[in-house]
Design a protein around this ligand. Structure first.
Ligand code: TYD
Length: 205
């Protein structure tokens, strides 16, 4: 029987989710679990090419509706080529972002609405939703402070208000899908956040 689990880490830019994804994968390995670490947009050759288009294009050069479908295209490839095959082998998948990023950023922050973006992602996700989605929840101002010094990509350049809308979007997702989407307070230092992440993970298996 397959024992693989699919966990996604989510949060606004500067929330610390990538650090938490790495710490989670390392902890799972120490427990003897086979795990792959992956990310969106990206995770495949096609997805990394789409990532370049999405993040490195000049401001104003990607229509908002095109953005939805480019993220979804990267995701479709990611599910088909990486996530589903790994789960089928019983491997755990830890993904730094997945569909909830689109729901929070394109749905809530850009204003398309969660339903519209979920619908646009239906064939990409193809029923392969995470067993658990951990949202590292921080205030946009805290996240902006943590990010300062790193250059902004096209989406980060949208500013703090945009990140605030995305953070609210994630909170809405936790209310809407409480069985799957859990908020973790991202304000404490990384080790304390990691402990909260592990509590949720241990509840999974
Ligand atoms: P990320 O890889 O977290 O950025 P970084 O390389 O700085 O760690 O995410 C890239 C950006 O893409 C981020 O601003 C969030 C955005 N994004 C969306 O808007 N929608 C999506 O579906 C995904 C996956 C990412």
């Amino acid at each position: 029987m397959s024992t693989g689990r699919f966990v996604s880490l989510e949060g606004i830019d500067g929330s610390g989710k990538s650090t938490q994804a790495r710490m989670l994968a390392a902890a799972l390995r120490r427990m003897g679990t086979t795990v792959i670490e992956t990310r969106e947009p990206g995770g495949t050759v096609l997805g990394e090419a789409v990532r370049g288009l999405l993040l490195d294009s000049p401001k104003g050069s990607v229509a908002p509706a095109a953005e939805i479908h480019l993220f979804a295209a990267s995701r479709a490839q990611h599910v088909a080529q990486v996530i589903r095959p790994a789960l089928a082998k019983g491997t755990w998948v830890v993904s730094d972002r997945f569909v909830d990023s689109s729901l929070a950023y394109q749905g809530a922050a850009r204003g398309f609405g969660i339903e519209t973006v979920l619908e646009a992602n239906r064939t990409a996700v193809d029923g392969c939703l995470p067993d658990l989605t951990l949202v590292i929840d921080v205030q946009a101002a805290t996240a902006a402070w943590r990010r300062s010094g790193n250059g902004d990509d096209r989406i980060e350049a949208e500013g703090v208000r945009f990140q605030e809308l995305a953070a609210d979007g994630y909170r809405e997702l936790a209310r809407r899908f409480p069985e799957r989407v859990v908020l973790i307070d991202g304000a404490p230092e990384a080790e304390a956040v990691h402990a909260a992440v592990m509590t949720r993970i241990l509840g999974l298996s």
